[in-house]
Design a protein around this ligand. Structure first.
Ligand code: HEC
Ligand code: HEC
Length: 153
């Protein structure tokens, strides 16, 4: 009995260290949306209000939001988000994020916004370009709040 308690106390710190590492790994987990994937949720909400350091969401997103069709009532699945260094698809294509089957896109990858990147949303029949550049991937801090929802054609 005594030996068991001794062994338990001996290994307790190791178990605690392992558990905390696992937790840290969970929060930092690498998550990127893909065409056809369906692991996301909460369409239309500001993903990054939760998916940020201390926000409780699994993975801290550097860009995330939901894409709708032209009715703004239905989500538009499997579109593609592109971030360019210049307006209207000019300059360098810096980042590509695939929208999933639920119309949501998200990434935990470090995005290099520099002095600003111009978003574009590529749908099946065309591309919509945002006319000015952004330095944050929190698209839903504006879209669905102070301007239209993001949409694809
Ligand atoms: C209200 C807080 C909140 C919002 C808003 C939110 N999430 Fe989450 N999300 C969570 C939490 C908590 C988890 C972990 C538990 C779970 O899976 O429900 C999670 C998990 C996830 C996962 C991982 C699922 C898995 O199985 O690995 C993805 C992907 C995800 N969220 C994407 C999104 C996207 C995209 C948005 C915005 C459209 C979003 N979330 C909005 C809190 C949120
Ligand atoms: C600072 C606020 C803000 C942020 C952040 C933002 N947008 Fe925008 N976006 C706007 C405004 C305002 C417009 C309308 C004027 C325009 O087209 O430039 C717009 C327009 C657009 C358009 C063109 C829509 C159309 O009808 O042609 C697309 C596409 C777009 N945004 C995508 C995105 C994506 C994707 C993100 C995140 C990576 C994002 N935006 C982040 C404010 C923002």
């Amino acid at each position: 009995m005594k030996l068991q308690i001794f062994l338990f106390l001996l290994f307790l710190p190791a178990v605690m260290i392992l558990a905390s590492c696992e937790k840290e790994g969970g929060e930092q987990k690498h998550k990127v949306s893909r065409h056809q994937s369906d692991e996301s949720h909460n369409a239309g909400q500001n993903c990054i209000s939760c998916h940020k350091e201390g926000g409780g969401g699994e993975g801290w997103f550097t860009a995330a939001a939901t894409v709708y069709d032209s009715s703004f009532a239905q989500v538009y699945p499997n579109a593609t988000i592109k971030l360019y260094s210049g307006p209207n698809g000019t300059g360098t294509l810096k980042h590509v994020i695939e929208v999933d089957a639920k119309g949501n896109f998200y990434t935990t990858e470090a995005l290099d916004f520099g002095t600003g990147l111009y978003p574009a949303v590529e749908g099946a029949t065309g591309t919509n370009y945002m006319s000015f550049s952004i330095t944050t991937g929190e698209c839903a801090s504006c879209h669905g709040v102070s301007t239209n929802k993001i949409w694809a054609r």
